[in-house]
Design a binder for this molecule. Structure first.
Ligand SMILES: C[S@@+](CC[C@H](N)C(=O)[O-])C[C@H]1O[C@@H](n2cnc3c(N)ncnc32)[C@H](O)[C@@H]1O
Length: 287
């Protein structure tokens, strides 16, 4: 089947991905249903192990991880050789114990051949206080950044230097005599500091804790991620006019950001009600 751009395919990601041409999209950014949390009122999908039900409703975490990773095997096939895959996934408590789902997922992805490049913390400056008193309030989620191969497309992203860095650098230059500075090559550090003081650097390499206020609801969809959250992955992982894939597109956030940044997109969604909602949202966001 030819890849139809800027369109949502209706169906289970596992089946639809099988129909899409291999090596055809530049990147994938997505947020799957979390384990044991929500009911997206999708029709039960059929899985490779014979189980049929909604992704996230499995009784055992290991079955959820396997179903999810089967879908990402399909993503890997559709992804170009220089492609990357960015997955936002949250954790679950069962019998008061944190299940470590994000890390079980990331480990299984690595077992299946993905290269894990970064664990990014999505810090939520505004989060829902749940009234727990016997542990701390969780104010972050994970984004895992994987590549298909060791060499991949990546546009470096910069953030402003902290004023404290500039102050510190102007006071503490690396001595001409030292070979090492904090375990790194002093010569390299001296050149970097000089460039910094001469105002030749546009910013520092972006860090892995991103503070972004959540936007958890759009219309009837209760798990929308914020537009801002996926701007950086799309800018870093997809060239202009390239193709962004989201196999769980929900209310269409990925498509909206891709269009704002002049990228094409392909979405997959199991619930037709959400497809209608996403299509309207994407249309309304167009200039
Ligand atoms: C966490 S939400 C994604 C939200 C999206 N990032 C947004 O901003 O709107 C997960 C979505 O996956 C859909 N879904 C669940 N199982 C699916 C499957 N097997 N294949 C495709 N989509 C599925 C759900 O209906 C839901 O809309």
């Amino acid at each position: 089947m030819d890849l139809l751009l800027n369109k949502i395919y209706e169906g289970s990601a596992l089946n639809v991905l099988n129909e899409l041409p291999e090596n055809s999209v530049n990147m994938c950014v997505t947020s799957p249903p979390y384990w044991g949390l929500r009911d997206y009122q999708t029709n039960p999908a059929k899985w490779n192990d014979g189980w049929s039900g909604e992704l996230g409703a499995e009784a055992e975490a290991k079955d959820y991880i396997n179903h999810l990773c089967d879908i990402f095997d399909g993503v890997k096939r559709v992804l170009r050789e220089d492609g990357t895959c960015w997955v936002n996934i949250g954790d679950t408590y069962k019998k008061k114990c944190l299940c470590m789902i994000p890390f079980l997922f990331a480990l299984e992805m690595v077992n299946r051949g993905w290269i894990l490049r970064n664990v990014i913390i999505w810090h939520k400056p505004r989060c829902v206080p749940l009234g727990v008193k016997d542990r701390f309030t969780v104010d972050f989620e994970y984004i895992f950044f994987f590549s298909k191969k060791p060499k991949y497309y990546f546009e470096q992203q910069l953030e402003p230097f902290k004023s404290s860095t500039l102050k510190h650098t102007s006071k503490c230059s690396v001595s001409e005599k030292s070979k090492y500075y904090q375990g790194f090559c002093a010569e390299h550090q001296r050149k970097y500091q000089q460039k910094l003081l001469n105002n030749e650097l546009k910013g520092r390499n972006k860090r892995t804790v991103w503070s972004i206020s959540p936007q958890s609801f759009h219309g009837d969809h209760t798990a929308t991620y914020p537009l801002k959250l996926i701007e950086t992955p799309i800018k870093a992982g997809c060239p202009e006019n390239g193709i962004v894939l989201d196999p769980f597109i929900g209310s269409g956030t990925t498509a909206m950001v891709a269009e704002q940044l002049n990228r094409n997109w392909v979405g997959i969604e199991l619930n037709p009600k959400y497809i209608e909602m996403a299509e309207e949202r994407i249309r309304n966001a167009r200039p």
